[in-house]
Design a protein around this ligand. Structure first.
Ligand SMILES: N[C@@H](CCC(=O)N[C@@H](CS)C(=O)NCC(=O)O)C(=O)O
Length: 223
């Protein structure tokens, strides 16, 4: 069997995207935990551009960037498809995945700011959630219809990480709970055995993200 390694980090939603997709496909792989404060030679060699996890290394060939890795997984292991067969539906799944990626900096603003900036960032993130709920999810069970797909995996952090980040940043109101259809999707998503059995411990995440947040806002708080 060709060697397959996932370089990841326990707290990273981007790592979990890849892990969920591999498990969904039933593909065996070796997980390598990266210390992001002391990156391994392997990571630096495999992702010299961004020096970030996740990286999937397949038969010695590295693939960086979680969304690109998801596409690679779908192309390489076609079983249990995560993208629809219909070309238009397939393209729209990619549209929504790209939308989420393009808007990521706006989404994370609330976590990196304080005061008025944070209020503004929270509002902007809420607007994005509203758009995703109304135009992306609509009345469907999952983004692609009745079954889990690549868009759900890409947006999985909204179901499993956003409330933790919001709590760590003191903006508990931010999250799918304010959007009924998004909230129902998030609950449905989290109840899938694939997701439920493959998530970091919430308390451990909260402690970690609170400490990250304190470090991020420290210069703003003392200036
Ligand atoms: N766009 C990237 C983001 C990956 C990312 O932000 N990884 C973080 C961990 S969550 C990382 O490796 N941080 C270390 C660093 O930037 O030095 C992806 O989707 O893979």
């Amino acid at each position: 069997m060709e060697e397959l390694k996932l370089l990841g980090n326990w707290a990273s939603p981007f790592s979990y995207r890849v892990l969920w997709a591999l498990k969904h496909k039933g593909v065996k792989y070796e997980y390598v935990e990266e210390d992001l404060f002391n990156k391994s030679e392997l990571l630096l060699r495999c992702n010299p551009i961004h020096k970030q996890i996740p990286v999937l290394v397949h038969a010695g060939k590295p693939v960086p960037e979680s969304i690109i890795i998801l596409e690679y997984i779908e192309d390489t292991w076609p079983q249990n498809p995560l993208l629809p067969l219909d070309p238009h539906e397939r393209t729209m799944a990619r549209f929504w995945i790209k939308f989420g990626e393009d808007k990521a900096p706006i989404f994370y603003k609330f976590f990196h700011t304080v005061g008025d900036e944070q209020v503004k960032g929270t509002k902007e993130a809420e607007e994005l959630l509203k758009t995703i709920e109304e135009y992306g999810l609509g009345d469907k069970e999952f983004f692609g219809g009745e079954e889990l797909g690549l868009t759900d995996i890409a947006y999985g952090w909204i179901a499993c990480w956003l409330d933790v980040l919001a709590e760590a940043a003191g903006v508990e109101t931010l999250g799918p709970q304010s959007f009924p259809r998004l909230q129902a999707w998030a609950e449905r998503f989290k109840q899938l055995p694939l997701i439920k059995d493959n998530l970091p411990d919430r308390h451990k995440m909260l402690t970690f993200f609170k400490s990250r947040r304190e470090k991020i806002i420290a210069p703003a708080a003392t200036s």
